[in-house]
Design a protein around this ligand. Structure first.
Ligand code: ACO
Length: 330
């Protein structure tokens, strides 16, 4: 039989050791554990050590994923790193740094930037290379060091994010299932709702930009909240429809872990019971591109996904953009 499907054959995650709980943030900005829990569901997050980078975290997530898939780094055809916090602005791609660190000598490598939606995009892109028959082994990593772009004086954003990496190895397979459908979307009108003003070609780094703290993330939380609560159910329903399925077929939804209130809102709109929506935002906060692969890993570790299950993943974020995909676990 010829290989005609794609399969997530291995997965891995990396969480930095340092745990920062809400009480530690109370000592840094005018906030409270009660406010952060009530408004976001976040209890603690991980923060990378000074020597850790997006690349180093990506490598630590990728190694166990490769081991599980039984794929040597030298057998990889492609490495896609989803990130909004690359080791270097612009170039080189963090993907190339990961390729070198893993010793993936045959692999092409590049980054996908789509805010917190990047892993959703990267996973769909990686799957296409396999579904066309062009490649057999693709590594997709979501890694973000959000602590490096957060303004630790801004209580409206610094309490929400954390650092992490998650990885999957995609392989060609003759087992039916895999990626059934996807929806990719973008609404660039929302670009100013969530962005880093300086450090790009529009506003290069300068003494003034540093003084203005313009290299840190700025967000209109209320508008992003409204966007997210609309786009999660909307894009999942659209992807289900493209797969010829309904919410009744869903065994597990893995939404981007930004805020428990956003997730709960989407869950109710989709009329799903709590056990069919995965959450771990309480432990890690919003880890951007790492959020979905880390959640996927934990769902698998907890036995919440078994062969034949229908799993929806929904990523969304800066852009504004979104990426939903329906997988049949094979
Ligand atoms: N501690 C205490 N008070 C705070 C804090 C804080 N950390 N932050 C804000 N407040 C205050 C505000 O100043 C405001 O006070 P005011 O009423 O006197 O003006 C009050 O709390 C309420 O603020 P809101 O912004 O209305 O609070 P809301 O309930 O909307 O929650 C939040 C804010 C958590 C940011 C929410 O809007 C949210 O989660 N938005 C979506 C964010 C998101 O998902 N971002 C990631 C996208 S992915 C990516 O690409 C990075």
């Amino acid at each position: 039989m010829s290989d005609s499907s794609v399969r997530i054959a291995g997965w891995g995650k990396y969480l930095p050791q340092r745990v920062v709980d809400n009480h530690e943030l109370e000592r840094m900005v005018d906030t409270s554990d009660d406010w952060i829990r009530a408004r976001s569901g976040i209890v603690e997050r991980r923060i990378a050590a000074p020597e850790e980078t997006t690349c180093s975290m990506a490598v630590r997530a990728a190694r166990p994923a490769l081991d599980m898939a039984g794929v040597e780094a030298g057998e990889l055809d492609l490495i896609i790193v989803a990130t909004g916090t690359p080791d270097h602005p612009g170039f080189p791609a963090t993907g190339s740094l990961v390729q070198e660190a893993l010793g993936a000598t045959r692999a092409g490598a590049f980054d996908v930037g789509a805010g917190c939606g990047a892993f959703g995009y990267g996973l769909v892109i990686g799957a296409q290379f396999i579904l066309t028959g062009a490649q057999r082994n693709v590594l997709v990593v979501g890694s973000d060091a959000m602590s490096r772009v957060i303004d630790w004086r801004d209580r409206t954003t610094c309490v929400l994010f954390g650092d992490a990496a998650g990885a999957v190895v995609l392989r060609a397979t003759d087992r039916p299932g895999g990626l059934l459908s996807f929806v990719l979307g973008s609404d660039g009108c929302g670009a100013p709702k969530l962005y880093v003003p300086a450090g790009g070609s529009k506003q290069p780094a300068s003494h003034e930009s540093v003084e203005a703290r313009a290299h840190f993330l700025k967000m209109d939380g209320r508008d992003v909240f409204r966007f997210a609560t609309r786009v999660i159910p909307g894009s999942i329903l659209e992807a289900l429809d493209r797969a010829g399925l309904t919410t009744a077929d869903l065994d597990l939804v893995i939404p981007h872990q930004a805020n428990i209130r956003i997730i709960e809102h989407a869950r109710k709109k989709l009329e799903l019971p709590p056990e069919r929506v995965f959450t771990n935002v309480d432990k890690y906060g919003n880890t951007s591109s790492a959020s979905i692969p880390v959640a996927l890993c934990e769902a698998l570790e907890q036995g919440r996904i078994v062969e034949g299950d229908i799993v929806a993943m929904c990523a969304f974020g800066a852009g504004l953009c979104w990426a939903s995909a329906i997988w049949k676990w094979n």
